[in-house]
Design a protein around this ligand. Structure first.
Ligand SMILES: Nc1ncnc2c1ncn2[C@@H]1O[C@H](COP(=O)(O)OP(=O)(O)OP(=O)(O)O)[C@@H](O)[C@H]1O
Length: 309
C-alpha cells in the first residue's frame, strides 16, 4: 500500500499541492486527473521520492519514504513527465544502465532488460540508438525503464503521451497486465483512458484533492432513461409517480423520444421501474428501453471543476 499523508508542496509562494491525503491498496489502478497546473506531476514526484514534500509524508507499506528512500525506490517504477533519456545510447544498454542504478543484480539484469523490452514490444529496437526512435517509441523506452525488475508500485506520468492509437491500445493492454502484479498510479488528460484501465479516480483542483471515488460508484446516477414512441400523455403520468422528482423530456420529430427520470432519494428502483412501465402501457405507448443513466467521467470532471469556481 502506498499512502500520501497530508502532502503539501510550496515553490516559493506558489502552493502546488495542498494537504492531499489518499491510500492506494495493492493491485489497484488509480487515475490522477486535473487541469494543467493542478499538481499531478508534483504529487507523482513526491510519491516517487524525487521531490521532498514541504509538509506531510509518503509511506510505502508503512515505511516512511523520506527516511528510507533508496530501499523503497527500488520497489518503485517511475515514468516522469520528461524522461531524461540518453540519445546516443542503445535502448538495451540504456535499460541495462537503469537496471544497474536500480540495484538489480548482474545475474538478473539481462533477463530484466529482456522482460521490459518484451512488455513494451521494443525487442526489435533493442540495439537501436535512442536518438533514432520516434516520440512514441521513446515513450515506450520510458515505460520499459519503469517496469524493469517488476516493481510493486508503478507511478506513470502521462504514459500514453505521444502514442498513436495503436500504441495507446497496446499501452492500455500492458497496464492491464501490469496491474495483475503491481499497484499503479497514472496521470493523464484522457478521460477514456481512466475509464478503460482504472478502478478509481483522484481529481485534483488547484493543488487540492477534489474527488476520490471508485469508478463503479461514480458511474451510478440517481436517474433512469426511458425511450418510447409517444410522449404527449406520458409526461404527465410520469410526473405523477411518487418515486420521480423530476422529468426531463428530449422530444424528437421521429418516433423515439427520451425521458430522463430523476428518482427520489432512497426510493426502490424496482418499484419505480415497474410503475414507469405501467405508465407507458397506460399511455398506449411502446417501451423501447428503460435503463439507469450512466454518468461518464467527463461529466463528473466538469462538475468538479465548476464547483471550484
Ligand atoms: N520546479 C518548480 N518550480 C516552481 N514551480 C513549479 C515547479 N514545478 C511545478 N511548479 C508549479 O506547481 C504547480 C503544479 O504543477 P504540476 O506540474 O504539478 O501540475 P500538473 O497538474 O502536472 O500540470 P500539467 O497537466 O500541465 O502537466 C504549477 O503552478 C507549476 O507552475
Amino acid at each position: 500500500m502506498i499512502t500520501a499523508n497530508h502532502l503539501s508542496r510550496q515553490f516559493g509562494r506558489n502552493t502546488a499541492v495542498s494537504n492531499v491525503s489518499f491510500s492506494i491498496g495493492d493491485n489497484q489502478v488509480v487515475g490522477l486527473l486535473g487541469p494543467n497546473g493542478a499538481g499531478k506531476t508534483t504529487i507523482m514526484r513526491m510519491l516517487s521520492g524525487y521531490l521532498e514534500p514541504t509538509t506531510g509524508q509518503v509511506t510505502v507499506n508503512g515505511e516512511n519514504l523520506g527516511q528510507n528512500a533508496y530501499c523503497i525506490q527500488r520497489q518503485l517504477g517511475y515514468l516522469p513527465e520528461n524522461l531524461p533519456v540518453y540519445p546516443d545510447m542503445m535502448v538495451a544498454d540504456y535499460l541495462d544502465y537503469v537496471a544497474t542504478i536500480k540495484g538489480i543484480s548482474r545475474e538478473d539484469r539481462s533477463r530484466a532488460v529482456r522482460e521490459a523490452l518484451i512488455a513494451t514490444e521494443m525487442v526489435d529496437r533493442g540495439v537501436d540508438k535512442i536518438a533514432t526512435l520516434s516520440r512514441g517509441q521513446k515513450q515506450r523506452v520510458g515505460v520499459a525503464q519503469a517496469v524493469l525488475g517488476r516493481p510493486h508500485f508503478l507511478i506513470l506520468d502521462e504514459p500514453t503521451n505521444g502514442l498513436d492509437p495503436h500504441q495507446t491500445a497496446q499501452m492500455r493492454k500492458l497496464l492491464e497486465q501490469l496491474s495483475r502484479r503491481a499497484t499503479i498510479l497514472l496521470s493523464t488528460h484522457i478521460m477514456q483512458e481512466v475509464e478503460a484501465v482504472c478502478d478509481r479516480v483522484l481529481i485534483l483542483r488547484n493543488g487540492q484533492l477534489a474527488l476520490d471515488r471508485d469508478l463503479a460508484d461514480l458511474h451510478c446516477s440517481d436517474s433512469l432513461v426511458l425511450r418510447t414512441d409517444k410522449a404527449a400523455e406520458l409526461q404527465k403520468l410520469l410526473q405523477g409517480l411518487p418515486q420521480i422528482v423530476n422529468v426531463t423530456a428530449n422530444l424528437t420529430d421521429s418516433d423515439c423520444h427520451e425521458f430522463v427520470l430523476q428518482l427520489r432519494e432512497g426510493c426502490d428502483r424496482n418499484t419505480a421501474a415497474g410503475n414507469i412501465s405501467q405508465c407507458v402501457l397506460q399511455a398506449g405507448a411502446r417501451l423501447y428501453t428503460l435503463e439507469p443513466r450512466v454518468r461518464h467521467l467527463e461529466e463528473v470532471f466538469q462538475e468538479v471543476m465548476n464547483n471550484g469556481d
